[in-house]
Each structure stands twice: as C-alpha cells, then as structure tokens.
Ligand binder design. Structure first.
Ligand code: ZN
Length: 357
C-alpha cells in the first residue's frame, strides 16, 4: 500500500517532467520506493512496469521485501545488462540519477547503448525522489519520532556522567554504546564530541584530547530506527562556566528560538535561516555562524529540505528538519544547539526533548 502510493507519486512526478522511465540507483531512494534494503540493486520504473534488478546475493531478499516489483537477476555492471532490458521494454528515453552515477559508469552505459544501436536517450534527473521523501508519511514520522526519543534518552544517560578528565573519544564511545544498547541500528553518522578549541570546528572528530573544566563541549549525535534517523546537538560545559560561554550560549539559544518561532506554513528555508542569522549578526557574531541553519532528516541524516540562505523552497506540512544555529570561535571553541522539528498543521513541533544546560 505504502509502496504503491509512493510509486504512484513518482510516476506523476515523472510524467510532469515528461520522462518515460527512470533508473534509480541511490540507496535510500531505492529503499523508499521498493522496501528492499539490500546494498546493491537498481529500480527501473516506467508508467507500466516496476523492475528491481539485483545480483544473486539478494534475489530472495528482494522477492520478500519488494512484492510490488518484478525481480530481475543481473550480473556485471549496469552497461552489461541495461541495454537488453531497455530494448525489451522498448524504451526510447531513460532518466538516471546523475548525482549518484559516476562519470565512468555513464560513459560505459552510453557506449554500450551505442554499440547495441539502442534508441534510448539518457537524461540526468536529480532530486525527484528526494523531493517526495521530504514530505513524511505518518509511519515515517512515527519512526523518526522514536529515533529522536532514543537519541534524547542516550544523550541524557551519558551526559549525566560527563566530567572533566574524560577524553572526547571516551564520551563518543559511551554515546555510541548507549545508542546501540537502547535499540538504535548502526548509528547514522559519526558522533561528534568536540571540546575546548576543537569545538570551534563544526565537524570535528573525537580525539584523545582530555576535556578540561569550564570548556565548551559540542556533542552531535543521532539514532536510527528501521532506517530512519534522528539528529541532535547539545553543548555543555563541565565545571564553572565563564562569561564568554554564557554569552555565546545565550545568543545561540535565542537564535534557535527566533528561527523556530518564525516557522509557519509556506515560509521558505531561507526565511527561517535568516531569522536565526539576523539574531546572531545583531549580537556581533555573524562571521562565526558559517553554516546553514538546518536540513531535512529521514532515511538519510541529511536530506531535503535545505534550511539555508539559498533555500527558496517553502516548508510545508509533513517535513521534518533540524534547526541548528552555531557560533564557532577559533582557539576558544563553539556552541551549537540542534533540535528536529516537524511541520504540522502549519506550525513547528519540536521533536527533540534532550535536556539543555
Ligand atoms: Zn544536523
């Protein structure tokens, strides 16, 4: 039912682009449209047909997980089997996901089609399935909500024991272990634990650095349940907080609140970004907030919608995205606070509940 609806939506989107057929190779898109979670395979979707092509390792799994699809066994690379399949389906054009196709694979496929005197014209088409994925169905919202709750619980459990003297790596491992013990699948992205000056790097990796008293620690982590991710950042400070920490933390928190209150049906990503950015700029730290405000979360930890200075797309009901302003100061450290929100009945409902300092 769910897959049938998604296929129908995709076919409508394809028709709107005047595209006859599409080859899906991006793993999350493949899973979203078929239910098949094997690590290799392609979907070939036309108005009449839905084929799942995979190799012998996954045939049985594909049959079980993707009953809406006709399963084809393939071998070799896409250039070896696609021309035959395209001829069988009498395709004259085929869209493909350029962002997930290497230049080498494209060249091989193009050459193979030429060699078989195929009529098929290849055309790149990106973002189609990603746009469908941006609007979540009730079951997806439920899973993301569970993933958010799991991350909240793991964070609070570990946070209670964080103290000066531990290394970043120790804290990161405690978080990872706790997430898995509480039921997360493989974690969706490498956990960030960045202390002191390392916290000035928005995407720092945990190091053997020993956390000191009164230093900011940025933690960025997420859980995954049935394929769906959550994303949460908190900044804490063991020991006595100095004036600078309190000032920077207060600005980031207020910027986040300004952004969340600006969210309403139809607002664009750039408008929400601007609400936070203006607050940070007015406080004199504009230069220190160098990344976009947020991003969608779903099967991927980063997906549509973008909530950044260049996002003119409106935010609408069913979207789930992060709101994560940050201030990063070289040699001192940084503060980031990240929560996931669900757009529901034209309002932002905050999904993450992990305690803040
Ligand atoms: Zn994030």
């Amino acid at each position: 039912m769910r897959i049938a609806n998604r296929l129908q939506n995709l076919r409508q989107a394809l028709a709107a682009k005047a595209s006859e057929a599409i080859l899906i190779s991006q793993p999350e898109n493949r899973f979203y449209l078929s239910g098949f979670d094997g690590s290799a395979g392609y979907l070939l979707i036309t108005p009449q047909t839905a084929l799942l092509a995979t190799d012998f390792r996954y045939i049985e799994q594909a049959k079980a997980q993707a009953p809406d699809y006709e399963i084809r066994r393939i071998a070799g690379n896409v250039a070896d089997w696609l021309p035959g399949l395209a001829a069988e389906l009498r395709l004259t054009s085929l869209s493909f996901e350029a962002a997930h196709t290497t230049c080498a694979a494209y060249r091989q496929l193009d050459a193979a089609l030429d060699k078989t005197k195929s009529q098929v014209k290849l055309s790149p088409l990106d973002g189609l399935v990603e746009s469908l994925r941006a609007i979540k169905e009730p079951e997806e919202i439920n899973l993301i909500r569970q993933a958010a709750e799991l991350a909240d619980a793991a964070y609070e459990y570990v946070e209670a024991g964080i103290q000066a003297g531990m290394t970043e790596k120790e804290v990161a491992w405690e978080i990872e272990k706790t997430l898995r013990e509480k039921g997360s699948q493989t974690i969706p992205f490498d956990i960030i634990v960045a202390s002191g000056p390392n916290a000035a790097l928005p995407h720092a990796r945990p190091t053997s650095r020993v956390i000191g008293h009164g230093e900011p620690i940025v933690i960025d982590m997420g859980a995954r349940i049935d394929g769906y991710c959550s994303d949460l950042s908190r900044t804490l400070c063991p020991g006595k907080r100095d004036d600078r920490f309190n000032e920077v933390y207060g600005i980031v928190l207020k910027a986040q609140q300004a952004a969340i209150s600006s969210i309403k049906e139809g607002v664009t990503g750039e408008e929400v970004d601007a609400a936070a950015r203006k607050y940070v700029e007015d406080a004199g730290y504009g230069e220190a907030f160098g990344h976009g405000l947020g991003h969608g979360v779903g099967l991927a930890a980063h997906e549509l919608p973008h909530v950044a200075p260049d996002s003119s797309e409106p935010l609408i009901d069913g979207m789930i995205f992060t709101v994560e302003p940050g201030i990063y100061l070289a040699e001192w450290g940084g503060v980031r606070i990240e929560d996931m929100v669900l757009m529901e009945n034209g309002e932002a409902r905050v999904l993450s509940q992990a305690r803040r300092i």
